[in-house]
Design a protein around this ligand. Structure first.
Ligand SMILES: [Zn+2]
Length: 375
């Protein structure tokens, strides 16, 4: 959960010059897409369409100077090398995804310019400046706005990295970026719980079981300790049975600036392990994605891996409702085609979003992976 005032405090602590969080959050309107996404071909078509629009905006953003970026993103400093790094990663991911999504393009299939490598995808995306037919006009206008705002979210994180770390990039290959799952495969993750008894954590677990799914929960040690005062350990372990549980730290604080970050991690992992050994996973998700650049040695020594995410649902954000969350997540699933999705079990929006996404993607070949499978 990232509240603007928390970000403000964090930024004041670490970098007084930076402004508060992104001013706009991207939420598309999927009702404007005139087709379904419930077959592999339909999913691929919608996927190519989102990739071409995002690629077009990515190419457009390369015309901006650092000064332009600072003004656009309302930040006081741009890490030029970091922005270049993330752009280059996005081009690679898009070209790979597009090759998969266009493998079975029929002759007259829309959104299917030939592009077999990064250079040709970049060219196709740059040329993609209008909808292929009037049928897609309304979607196109909305998608362009969505991807412009979404790209700005990413560029902002990229411009601040590594001074302010986040999920936008990794410090080493040991960290899981969220891009590890295979094509059409996603891992569900839920942060910040557990809630009090009968709260949204319990409802989230019931929703997942009902859908025959599991997920990785990144719990706060403090919240787990509070819940154990209400629910006995054996019962709580039963509640999480079949799920995976990693650590999110003892308190919801930046683990790049908190002096006690190491004990926050070890205390939380110990409590999770002792309470529910069958669900425990040696994974740490840093609050806000913030961890130290030199934290790798500590995590190695503990046998713990950092797990970030590549699809941010924004379900914590009170500017975005459940309907917008579900449409945003589905659009990002189409764009990236695989990944680790960030939700929060202290908020109820995933209770609406996940069943809707399952319904929309039935038949599309999309799978939600077992959280026990290694990434
Ligand atoms: Zn969190």
């Amino acid at each position: 959960m990232i509240k603007p005032f928390v970000i403000g405090v964090l930024l004041l602590m670490s970098a007084p010059a930076f402004a508060v969080g992104p001013s706009a959050v991207a939420a598309p309107d999927r009702t404007l897409w005139p087709d379904s996404v419930d077959s592999t071909a339909a999913f691929d078509r919608a996927s190519r369409a989102e990739m071409l629009v995002f690629g077009h905006e990515l190419a457009e953003s390369e015309k901006l100077s650092d000064d332009d970026l600072m003004a656009l993103l309302k930040i006081k400093q741009v890490d030029h090398a970091s922005v270049e790094t993330i752009r280059s990663k996005y081009w690679k991911r898009l070209a790979t995804g597009y090759a998969l999504a266009s493998a079975r393009c029929a002759g007259d299939e829309p959104f299917c310019p030939k592009a077999s490598d990064e250079t040709s995808f970049r060219k196709a995306a740059m040329a993609f400046a209008s909808a292929p037919s009037a049928r897609y006009d309304a979607w196109f206008a909305n998608a362009r706005e969505f991807h412009r705002v979404y790209l700005n979210e990413l560029l902002r994180l990229g411009a601040l990295f590594p001074h302010i770390s986040s999920e936008v990039d990794t410090f080493s290959a040991k960290e899981l970026s969220g891009n590890e799952p295979a094509d059409r495969t996603f891992l569900l993750t839920f942060d910040d719980g557990p809630t009090r008894a009968d709260g949204t954590t319990d409802k989230t677990q019931a929703m997942l079981r009902n859908a025959h799914l599991n997920a990785t929960f990144f719990v706060l040690g403090g919240n787990l300790e509070a819940r154990l005062k209400q629910t006995p350990a054996a019962q709580l372990a039963q509640n999480y049975a079949g799920m995976c549980v990693g650590a999110h730290g003892w308190e919801h604080k930046s683990h790049s600036s908190w002096v006690d970050w190491q004990s926050s991690v070890t205390r939380t992992t110990a409590l999770v392990h002792d309470t529910m050994p069958a669900s425990y996973q040696p994974l740490f998700r840093p609050p806000y994605g913030q961890r130290r650049a030199d934290s790798g040695e500590f995590f190695d020594a503990q046998g713990i891996r950092v797990m970030l995410w590549n699809i941010d649902s924004q379900d914590w954000n009170n500017k975005v409702n459940a309907d917008q969350v579900k449409q945003r997540v589905l659009t990002l699933m189409l764009l990236w085609r695989h990944g680790v999705i960030l939700f929060h079990d202290i908020h109820p929006k995933a209770l609406v979003a996940v069943p809707w996404i399952l319904d929309q993607t039935r038949g599309s070949g999309v799978t939600f992976m077992d959280c026990h499978s290694p990434l």
